[in-house]
Design a protein around this ligand. Structure first.
Ligand code: KG4
Ligand code: ZN
Length: 344
């Protein structure tokens, strides 16, 4: 079974071709970072327009890189929710038109299930039960994933996503959008202990998280501190301390999740999983507890079409039907996805 996955939920126009939910034949991503950079965040209308401008090329390129024709595709999988409605509509409309004109089934995919399926693109045989941290610019969710049932949401941020905390923090520090990679880079030269930021919801709120207070703490710190030699000299220390607060919460909650569900492994995915300090700390924390850690390569962690193709295959391995009533959904809840299918 060869699935074509289409992803347009936020600011990446992406398409990927995957055989049997695991073997990536192609994975093409057109990033909009340059378009949103002057605004310091994703502008929904610009995102939709750019998706519309490049989607055809991106899908063509994914097919040709995979060495397949549209007639070889068993089903088209497209991100249906959650995401920016106008952005989702571009992918869904394109997927519908493509599927209809070639009489191919069309499968709607939950974006977060897509991120979870990204782990299967990397790991031939992931270990269950798993506590899965999906951490990106839009989401910070913890799932219990086992072969017997659909992924179960067991914790989430109650306000900003961790990626948003990185992006907004970076903006305050004068670093360009997207801010995560900038903070990661600058923080490498900094001393984490020079400044202290709160670890919101670290103790309490169960497995839920909160990052908006941290952002406010940085704002207050910058407003109330004198920098006699300019902020430049302090920037690495502030970035390192701010990053450490986010990382502490993500690692602490993931370990608590693993302990609560009796997990044998932790999987981490989403754009923030690229953070070098988070990876280092997660490796260390898992090593100390005999937990197996799976982190897909960066290209499968950030938004991509291959993960959507994989999730489409696992939710509808019989390739489903051509559902032309498909429309963007706003509920972020993972639903139909059966990991039982994945372990085949
Ligand atoms: O998964 P993704 O590509 O898109 C969605 O948001 O769905 O994640 C993008 C997020 C941005 O907030 C970006 O700042 C963050 O991932 N990010 C990082 C790093 N690389 C990307 N955050 C921290 N450190 C990084 N190295
Ligand atoms: Zn995402």
């Amino acid at each position: 079974m060869i699935y074509l996955g289409i992803e347009t939920s936020c600011d990446e126009t992406a398409a990927g071709v995957v055989r049997n939910g695991r073997e990536v034949l192609s994975n093409v991503v057109s990033s909009q970072d340059g378009i949103h950079l002057p605004f310091g965040g994703v502008v929904p209308e610009l995102a939709s327009r750019q998706h519309a401008a490049v989607i055809s090329q991106v899908v063509q390129s994914a097919l040709s890189k995979a060495g397949v024709a549209i007639g070889d595709i068993s089903a088209v999988a497209v991100t249906q929710s959650p995401g920016l409605v106008g952005a989702l509509l571009v992918g869904i409309s394109f997927g519908k038109a493509l599927a209809y004109s070639h009489r191919i089934p069309l499968v709607g995919v939950n974006h977060l299930e897509g991120h979870i399926a990204g782990v299967y693109l990397e790991e031939g045989d992931p270990v269950f039960p798993a506590a899965v941290l999906v951490v990106s610019g839009g989401h910070t969710n913890l799932y219990h994933v086992s072969p017997e049932s659909s992924p179960r949401l067991i914790g989430q941020t109650l306000d900003d996503a961790a990626g948003e905390a990185f992006d907004k923090g970076a903006k305050m520090l004068g670093l360009p959008f997207p801010g995560g990679p900038g903070i990661d880079r600058v923080a490498r030269e900094g001393e984490r202990e020079r400044v202290h930021f709160p670890r919101p919801a670290m103790k309490g709120m169960g497995l839920n998280m909160s990052f908006s207070g941290l952002k406010t703490a940085l704002r207050y710190y910058l407003d109330r501190t004198d920098f006699p030699f300019g902020m430049e000299a302090e920037l690495p220390h502030i970035a390192a301390a701010y990053q450490e607060a986010i990382v502490d919460v993500l690692v602490g909650k993931s370990i608590s999740a693993a302990e609560q569900i009796g997990a044998k492994s932790i999987w981490m995915t989403g754009g923030v999983a690229a953070n070098s300090r988070l990876r280092q700390r997660m490796v260390q924390a898992c090593g100390e507890r005999d937990l197996i850690l799976s982190i897909p390569r960066p290209g499968y962690c950030t938004d991509n079409g291959a993960m959507v193709a994989a999730a489409g295959f696992f939710s509808s391995p019989d390739s489903g039907i051509l559902d032309l009533s498909l429309s963007p959904r706003t509920s972020p809840k993972a639903g139909r996805y059966k990991t039982t299918g994945i372990s085949r």
